[in-house]
Design a protein around this ligand. Structure first.
Ligand SMILES: [Fe+2]
Ligand SMILES: [Fe+2]
Length: 276
């Protein structure tokens, strides 16, 4: 599989709409929606190592439901992500905008599909999970919280930040143990990774599993926990990121115009029903 990786400075012009520059996205200082800050306040206070382990035990056996990709999409149609400073539109629009931005760049079908489904794990809200346990950036837990994480000041309210076994540089981890062995705060990335891991190429799985971990893939923190392979595979996450971020524009495509294409694409990779 080969892929031209676009650094942010070489973003295709059509991804930057409404005169919005790359710096204008993910601006948490001037976030126009109050719910963004409130969400991170709850997220950072409650996402402890114990919480993450409990959520993994509850959800990763995938014994909640058998559902098609489209049934999950239908649920997301009525969902607005409170953590997103750039977009207050239903998720189906974000799915389509991301998929189409990737398609316009001539990337392979698995990559377009990854863009289209990357946030489907947000259907965790279907089981009454609060948004702070579903959306927003993710970060390693079980070791010190980096001050490069958005709204890092709110970790003062997280009991792990006062636990001497968990608040050191390495915490519960060995040096360079690999991202696969690091527990990230629980949310839609890790959940969807488990749902789709048997059906998509490894590069796609990295994009899905780590796309919200900005503190690692953009801020470059926690390198002391990464191994060589992580550095290589994180390039795929970085390649995906601009399509996730800069395709968020207010102008909304009509999904019906694209339905046939995406139905074909989903059927090419996924069985009619998946375990959730
Ligand atoms: Fe996401
Ligand atoms: Fe997204």
């Amino acid at each position: 599989m080969s892929l031209a990786i676009h650094p942010i400075t070489e973003l295709p012009a059509h991804l930057l709409h409404d005169n919005k520059t790359p710096e204008a996205y993910r601006n948490y200082e001037t976030a126009p929606r109050d719910c963004v800050k409130e969400l991170y306040q709850l997220n950072h206070a409650n996402q402890t190592l114990d919480l993450v382990l409990a959520k993994k035990a509850e959800y990763t056996p995938l014994n909640k439901a058998e559902m098609s990709i489209w049934e999950a999409m239908d649920f997301l149609n009525n969902f607005v992500d409170d953590s997103d400073p750039d977009l207050a539109l239903p998720q189906i629009i974000h799915a389509l905008q991301t998929g189409e931005a990737i398609r316009k760049n001539g990337h392979p079908r698995w990559f377009i599909l990854t863009g289209f489904i990357h946030d489907l794990g947000k259907m965790l809200c279907m089981w009454d999970e609060p948004q702070w346990a579903v959306v927003g950036d993710t970060n390693p837990v079980g070791c010190a919280f980096s001050d490069k994480i958005v709204y890092s000041e709110f970790f003062a309210n997280n009991p792990d930040s006062k636990n001497p076994q968990l608040n050191t540089k390495y915490g519960i981890y060995e040096p360079n143990c690999g991202l696969d062995n690091v527990h990230l705060s629980w949310g839609h990335d890790e959940y969807l990774y488990h749902v789709v891991k048997d059906y998509l190429p490894e590069e796609a799985l990295w994009m899905i599993r780590y796309h919200s971990c900005y503190v690692v893939h953009q801020a470059g923190e926690y390198t002391h926990l990464l191994n060589e392979r992580d550095h290589e595979m994180l390039n795929w996450v970085k390649a995906f990121n601009p399509f996730d971020l800069y395709s968020k524009v207010e102008e909304t495509p009509n999904f019906e115009d694209y339905r046939a294409y995406y139905e074909d694409l989903v059927a090419e990779f996924f069985p009619p029903k998946l375990k959730w």
